[in-house]
Design a binder for this molecule. Sequence first.
Ligand SMILES: Cc1ncc(COP(=O)(O)O)c(C=O)c1O
Length: 429
Amino acid sequence: MTLPGSTLVRPTIADPIAAMGGGPLTEEGLRRHIHPLFSRVLRREEIYLANHSLGRPLDATADDLQLAMDLWYEQMDGAWAGWMDAIQRFRALQAALIGCARADAVVPRVSAGQGLRAALNALPQPRPTVVATRGEFDSIDHILKTYARQGRADIRWLEPDGRGLFSAEAAIAALRPGTDLLVLSMVYFATGQLVEGLPEIVAAARRAGSMVLLDCYHAAGAIPMTGPLAFDALAPDFAIGGNYKYTRGGPGAGWLAIHPRHLTPDPLPPLFTLDTGWFAKRGVFEFRRPDQPELAAGGDAWLEATPAVLTSFQALAGLELTLGLGVDRLRAYSLEQQSRLAHQLAARGVPVLDFEPHGAFLLVPSSDFQALCDRIRSRGVNVDARPSTAGPERSTERSGFVRVCPDILTTDAEISLAAARIAEAFESL
Ligand SMILES: Cc1ncc(COP(=O)(O)O)c(C=O)c1O
């Protein structure tokens, strides 16, 4: 990528991807063509299996940030053209990743939680009734509880089944008349469950007069959002996510997608949010101040005030890599790796929870999940742990999980070594 006026040109990511050729990903091809793009992070001496938590950055990510800074130093206010280009590129790549034909339907947000607030603050009801599952990530859970506490929403919680899972039938049954918004994840952060029947859930919500917000943080970049799972086809009202996991874009590069059916213009779209600012105005640099706010066309009406710039740069290389490799190929490779790791763990007597279908990480259940995580980490294998969202009253066996996620930088040899070290840590408990 080059930017006008910048002295730095970072090597393209498309070339090594093309050099690898088509067909399924192989360790040999990845090692030869893709691993060199990660020379800095691969210097770390550990087996990194926390890719579901914080993805490993490409060397190019630092180059892109340097480009953004060069623009500033060298062009001062002239930098805005290059900065805005990067934001538009971020929106286009993110839209492509989630299967959304309109790049403007995706707007940058610092976090997924900020995306949720923008959606809540667009609902026409002053105190909407929201149905949300107990499995939503803490940020989402906390924001919804805060809205309830402040009298800005009534929340009805959908409890998981005994295994900690959420079914389409249960979600549909929870859609009673008067539900304004259904909040659920495509892939659950604690269990990795990939929810089946999403098209049916969204269709049922629309029939019931409820909007849907889908948290795609553990899906975008890990699960192909194509065909019936493409954002456009699935057609939830909103989707939220971010880039610090599978797309290697670091914190701050979150996003909100608004379904194009809500983006009809003039004079004001039917749905618009209180989370706004002057970049959402029609004619941003015309500085008109009519008494009635006039919004930019399409998804630009969902922009906010002066935008964060560096976070878009930060996300570009990872998105380019993810799209270039193809989420379908990444998914197939991830499933193979997970299966190898699961077999090796099982062969060594380590329990692995098998929720099918699931996302990009495996679960090792433990009543002492934090201690197990610490012991695995002390053996040079970087993993993390989460308590079960099924609630403390559930069986101790499911009181928490160590989450384990290999990726395209993980070698077969590392998988075997990790299985041995996890087993050793498990036995030592
Ligand atoms: C499902 C899910 N949603 C959202 C987030 C992050 O939320 P936020 O960007 O609001 O911090 C995470 C982070 O782990 C997540 O797993």
